[in-house]
Design a protein around this ligand. Sequence first.
Ligand SMILES: NC(=O)c1ccc[n+]([C@@H]2O[C@H](COP(=O)([O-])OP(=O)(O)OC[C@H]3O[C@@H](n4cnc5c(N)ncnc54)[C@H](OP(=O)(O)O)[C@@H]3O)[C@@H](O)[C@H]2O)c1
Length: 227
Amino acid sequence: MSKSILIVGASRGIGLGLARELASRGWSVHATERDRSDDLHSAAEGAEITLHTADVTDPDSYADLGIDEGSLDAILINAGITGAKHQDASQATADEVAHVMMTNAYGPARMGKALLPLVKDGGTLAFTSSILGSITNSSGGYDLYGTSKTAQNMLAKGIAEKDAGARDIQVLSLHPGWVQTDMGGSSATLTVDESVTGLADVIENAAKATESGGYRYLDYTGEELPF
Ligand SMILES: NC(=O)c1ccc[n+]([C@@H]2O[C@H](COP(=O)([O-])OP(=O)(O)OC[C@H]3O[C@@H](n4cnc5c(N)ncnc54)[C@H](OP(=O)(O)O)[C@@H]3O)[C@@H](O)[C@H]2O)c1
């Protein structure tokens, strides 16, 4: 039977690329958009991609996705934003902090927890994180975005410890590399295809893993990253 995944935030960029890549590898893909994405709808034509609408900051929007409990091998919560352009803790307004934290950290964690029953025992719950969330790696800058991804990693570890472990569900925080998307910009070092080929390998390896449960922070090549 084919493997199945829910990808949250698949309207464009890495999420869209990964939906296409995993469907081409024979996965059954559930993919979400907030507003209609023509690119995602064309990708779904003739492919094993089922479309849903969801906003990671709005629990009502994903309260009933119509996906059976215990039916998914994996969920990837990929939705994310950069946050205010200045990225500066000294300038940030309360609204700017709330928006980036809710979209990149608390929203994904809350959604991951709420949707965990959809994942099979021994499956995978993954979040698209970033190397900019690594405290070890940090040389400062990107205050808003970086701290939101650090917080996301912390919350993901909490889900691994408190919620997912009991069902042997592995929790992953994934850095996709610096990727040519609306967020990454055209100077980024990786194409979407390069990034999603690696991410799909990491997700497939997690799905095949004999050891279960636990929490890992990995990049798109499968390399372990320092927190
Ligand atoms: N590109 C990079 O170099 C890079 C590096 C490290 C990590 N990342 C992470 O990779 C993920 C994808 O980034 P990307 O480069 O593909 O960016 P992107 O092209 O800007 O796409 C962002 C995706 O997130 C969705 N999204 C944003 N806010 C959402 C919300 N409230 N609810 C649901 N979906 C929402 C967007 O949907 P709409 O179309 O509706 O806005 C879109 O599908 C993000 O988590 C990002 O932080 C990217």
